[in-house]
Design a protein around this ligand. Structure first.
Ligand code: CAA
Length: 253
């Protein structure tokens, strides 16, 4: 797909990886629909895109709310027309050990609240946005592409029972949609970033970050632009579907 003038929706577009994706897509001349819970962050990303001459629009939405997501995609289609791409990037962490014990006694557990919060945003939000985007892509008669942002953690990472479950799900759902939606000309794929220099990773306990970083064969954290460039690579290549791209400095080999 040639990205010039194509409408691409990015959830979690206010900051971090989402902002970097928006700037990369702005360079390609795409029209960008930025979605986030936080309007102020969205405005900054949109301004940065517009400074590059791109058309960028802000939509404040909680992706865990079914009726809000239905309304979101109606509004995007009404304002911008056919939707060509969706990047399911909105995601949160609420890390805790499944069970932590000291001297043979359980001192803490991952709470159900932490589980539910992460599953709601990362898994349910991804499902709802993809469902509504796919329906619009079909209704408006064009082909499209859905990219789920998974994570290296999808294969298991200490302290992340909730996040790993959601990110394994995000990858698997992309495979399901690649199979289901191919008949409508819609592609689906996922990206599994390793440890990228964003606020989410920098908020880790310094000891844990140190431990993990020291294991990265390329000896550095990834840059948000390196994930953003993978997004445009997938969008632009019409024969990519169903695959997960691991961008992790060789951490998982
Ligand atoms: N990898 C390796 N070892 C880890 C680890 C990890 N991811 N997380 C914790 N550990 C180790 C600790 O170093 C510690 O080891 P020692 O007992 O040998 O000192 C042990 O596990 C217990 O950990 P804590 O004492 O820290 O336990 P806690 O209950 O106080 O805190 C925690 C638990 C909040 C989960 C904390 O350990 C933590 O923040 N861990 C990091 C979790 C993580 O990797 N998060 C990734 C966030 S970034 C992200 O998710 C983006 C992405 O897509 C990759």
């Amino acid at each position: 797909m040639e990205l010039k003038d194509k409408v691409i929706v990015i959830t979690g577009g206010g900051r971090g990886l989402g902002r970097s994706m928006a700037l990369e897509l702005a360079d390609k001349g795409a029209r960008i629909a930025l979605v986030d819970m936080h309007g102020a962050d969205l405005e900054i990303t949109a301004r940065l895109c517009m400074e590059k001459g791109a058309d960028a629009h802000c939509f404040v939405c909680n992706v865990t709310n079914e009726s809000a997501v239905e309304g979101l995609f109606e509004e995007i289609a009404t304002k911008l027309g056919a939707i060509h791409g969706l990047v399911n990037n909105a995601g949160i962490t609420r890390d805790a050990m499944l069970v932590k014990a000291k001297d043979g006694e359980v001192v803490s557990k991952m709470s159900l609240d932490k589980w539910n919060q992460v599953i709601a945003v990362n898994l349910t939000g991804t499902f709802l946005c993809a469902r509504e985007a796919a329906a619009k892509m079909i209704e408006l008669g064009n082909h499209g592409c859905i990219i789920n942002i998974s994570s290296i953690s999808r294969s298991g990472n200490m302290g992340q029972t909730n996040y790993t479950a959601s990110k394994a799900g995000a990858e698997a759902m992309a495979v399901t949609w690649a199979k289901e939606l191919a008949r409508y000309g819609i592609r689906a794929a996922s990206i599994a970033p390793g440890f990228i220099a964003t606020d989410m990773v920098m908020a880790m306990k310094p000891e844990a970050l140190e431990k993990l970083s020291s294991q990265i064969p390329l000896r550095r954290l990834g840059k948000p632009e390196e994930i953003a460039r993978t997004v445009t690579f997938i969008l632009e290549n019409d024969y990519i579907s169903g695959r997960c791209f691991e961008i992790d400095g060789a951490l998982r080999i």
